[in-house]
Design a protein around this ligand. Sequence first.
Ligand SMILES: [Zn+2]
Length: 100
Amino acid sequence: MTNKMVGKCNCCGDCKKYHASRGIFGTNVAVDNNGRAYHLQSGDSEALAKSILTDFAGVEVANSFYREFIHDFIACLPVQGFTIPGEAIREWMEDKVKEA
Ligand SMILES: [Zn+2]
């Protein structure tokens, strides 16, 4: 058993979680920020990638990496719904920075 998806994260203790679900206007994303929830604007894969990355890392990161985020995350995930832990985004971003 892993506690990866439950409670505190392993990297910083307070990573957000992104819960996506399919809606009539596109995919909705609910952010769980340590028990406080809010929603991002829903939309297509590009809007989704940009809004998640902007929320997690800021607009500059979002504009630089959203295409790769679509490829590496959004495109691989089931359309009906998924959860992306902030830890996974953080690890992915660290790899991107190394490659750059
Ligand atoms: Zn963390």
